[in-house]
Write a protein that binds this ligand. Structure first.
Ligand SMILES: NC(=O)c1ccc[n+]([C@@H]2O[C@H](COP(=O)([O-])OP(=O)(O)OC[C@H]3O[C@@H](n4cnc5c(N)ncnc54)[C@H](OP(=O)(O)O)[C@@H]3O)[C@@H](O)[C@H]2O)c1
Length: 312
């Protein structure tokens, strides 16, 4: 049965894809945004929920980004994400919402996990210090959703999402993640006719990437499944940063040299989700290959470069 959904963060990179996919699947989706709907303000949050009267909340709003902002703003990231989540949980319970789905993140996993990250590892070990203040807020939301599930009967769900890329991503240096950052770096090098692009580290670390349109479909399938334990959402495919750089270089038509600045840190050597549970619970695998998803992203970025570069 279609849900009456209030989606937070509907103006954001991932939120706009989630809204599209949920609407395509027949759900009614309200995407209120700032300034009227400010999740930092409990009154504004409750007022909006009383107007929309959702039976389901999908919480995609966040204050965060790649390593740059995570290192520079640990206080704002921790404080804002916890306050926004708590305000929203409380307002959702007050208006009698039945379901609450929070977008989780693989950054909530321990910094050092042996092998691919399974849902059973979710509470094992300390987070990597660089993303601790962000990643831990996802754990806070998991505990919060369970509390409201026990106390008010509001069902909680959390997809643990791996690195996203796609159209409308953040490409500016301060907030971008690695795929978007590399796309901008190589595209700029081509425009500026540079013969060399310098990338951080050795290129050896292995990361996982999912196209935002596929991840949005995974979120919709989870919402419709009724499954309530945290569930990994990714491709399960590891790609080295060197391989990623080479694909981006080729797709942006950069024909110069890629130089690795090995004085810069590599970070964790491997971060890949185990997606076996996702495949069985959702009966689904993300269909878009990394190469095809990056090609779509680069096409969009080149057609909207000025607007994309201006988004901070
Ligand atoms: N990108 C990834 O690789 C990735 C990976 C795993 C998980 N995630 C998760 O995916 C979710 C969406 O991320 P994203 O990349 O789409 O982020 P984004 O592009 O930065 O969008 C963030 C959204 O949150 C809204 N927001 C921020 N503060 C708000 C406030 N006080 N009140 C109301 N709305 C507020 C923003 O609204 P404005 O337009 O007003 O700023 C924007 O719509 C987040 O929960 C993130 O943790 C992302």
């Amino acid at each position: 049965m279609p849900d009456r959904i209030l989606l937070t963060g509907g103006t954001g990179f991932f939120g706009r894809r989630i809204a599209e996919v949920l609407r395509e699947r027949g759900h009614t989706v309200a995407t209120p945004g700032r300034p009227d709907f400010n999740l930092m303000d409990p009154d504004s949050t409750l007022r909006t929920l009383e107007q929309v009267k959702p039976d389901t909340i999908v919480h995609s709003a966040a204050h965060y980004g790649g390593l740059g902002i995570c290192v520079a703003e640990p206080v704002q990231i921790f404080q804002r994400n916890v306050i926004m989540g708590v305000n929203l949980l409380d307002a959702a319970a007050k208006v009698g919402a039945k379901k609450f789905l929070t977008i989780g993140s693989a950054c909530a996993y321990a910094g050092a996990v042996n092998g691919d990250m399974k849902e059973s590892d979710f509470w094992s070990g300390p987070l990597h210090p660089s993303v601790e203040s962000y990643g831990f807020t996802k754990k806070v939301m998991e505990v919060g959703m369970r509390a409201y599930q026990r106390g008010c009967g509001m069902m909680g769900q959390m997809p643990i999402v791996t690195n996203l890329y796609g159209e409308h991503d953040v490409f500016g240096e301060y907030r971008s993640h690695v795929a978007a950052a590399l796309i901008k770096k190589f595209a700029d090098a081509v425009i500026e006719k540079k013969k060399q692009v310098v990338c951080w580290g050795t290129g050896a670390p292995v990361r996982e990437f999912i196209y935002s349109g596929d991840a949005a479909e995974g979120v919709a399938r989870l919402l419709e499944s009724g499954y309530t334990d945290p569930l990994n959402l990714g491709t399960g495919i590891g790609t080295t940063i060197k391989e990623l750089s080479e694909i981006v270089a080729r797709l942006t038509h950069f024909d110069g040299e890629i130089v690795w600045d090995t004085t810069k840190p590599d970070g964790v050597m491997r971060k890949v989700l185990d997606v076996s549970k996702m495949e069985s619970v959702l009966n689904w695998k993300p269909p878009t290959s990394l190469e095809a998803g990056l090609a779509k992203t680069i096409k969009w970025y080149m057609a909207n470069k000025a607007e994309a570069d201006a988004r901070s």
